[in-house]
Design a protein around this ligand. Structure first.
Ligand SMILES: C[S@@+](CC[C@H](N)C(=O)[O-])C[C@H]1O[C@@H](n2cnc3c(N)ncnc32)[C@H](O)[C@@H]1O
Length: 219
């Protein structure tokens, strides 16, 4: 059975703004399809939760207790505007995903979309360790990485193997790129339930983005 996400008030103005997040739907649908009897608590932490249309907006609408961290004030400010506009509290605070300020096993779900590849691979290992630490046993994790096949690969200054520093929207930013299966190293103590390469023709970045997407379950 599809989850109740498919019957969650589509048609309201709020849903028109936030419905289009296929990553959130794929995450929840994959979990529901593979674990139809899953009883994991519907609490979610989003790492890199900022931006104009926060994924937590949709997760909140779908009945999750939400919590988010982001390292940049201006990204958090955008979420504040979203919260005001939609009269919701998504519970976002400023923090670094390499040092998540929550106790072990605090969340049933941990989500991180289009964010972790802004870290070096050294910091990515730390962030992945942190995400798994705050996840409850049997909890679910969604993370996507950038593939070496992404059209931005090789742009800017190489700062490490597969790590490039380049301007993005005028800001100097790191991008870490991965070969197929390379991020598996971060999931050793989980069960990977989905690993897929996804190609997105991004109008925002004016190029083809190639992601490697993971959904995993903590042991
Ligand atoms: C491309 S945006 C994606 C935002 C949102 N997840 C989305 O998909 O719309 C990347 C986000 O990651 C945040 N970020 C980068 N490094 C971070 C870190 N070490 N800890 C927490 N957030 C971080 C940035 O501030 C930014 O908001």
């Amino acid at each position: 059975m599809p989850p109740d996400v498919w019957n969650s008030g589509i048609g309201s103005d709020m849903m028109k703004n936030i419905i289009f997040n296929p990553n959130v739907y794929r995450f929840l649908y994959s979990v529901d399809r593979l674990f139809p009897d899953n009883q994991v608590e519907k609490s979610v932490l989003d790492c890199g939760a900022g931006g104009k249309i926060p994924p937590l907006g949709l997760l909140h609408k779908l009945g999750f207790d939400t919590c988010g961290i982001d390292i940049l004030d201006e990204q958090i400010e955008m979420v504040r505007r979203f919260e005001e506009e939609h009269d919701v509290d998504l519970n976002i605070q400023k923090a670094d995903m390499t040092e998540i300020p929550f106790d072990d096993e605090s969340f049933g779900y941990v989500y991180s979309q289009n964010s972790i590849f802004h870290l070096t691979k050294y910091d990515t290992a730390k962030a992945m360790h942190e995400m798994k630490r705050v996840l409850r046993p049997q909890g679910f994790l969604y993370v996507n990485f950038l593939s070496v096949k992404d059209e931005g690969y090789g742009e800017g200054e190489e700062v490490g193997p597969g790590e490039w520093r380049a301007l993005e929207h005028g800001e100097s930013t790191v991008h870490s790129y991965y070969g197929d299966g390379e991020p598996d190293q971060y999931f050793a103590d989980t069960r990977i339930i989905l690993r897929e390469k996804r190609i997105l023709d991004s109008r925002n970045h004016n190029r083809k983005m190639v992601y490697i997407e993971y959904i995993a379950r903590k042991a």
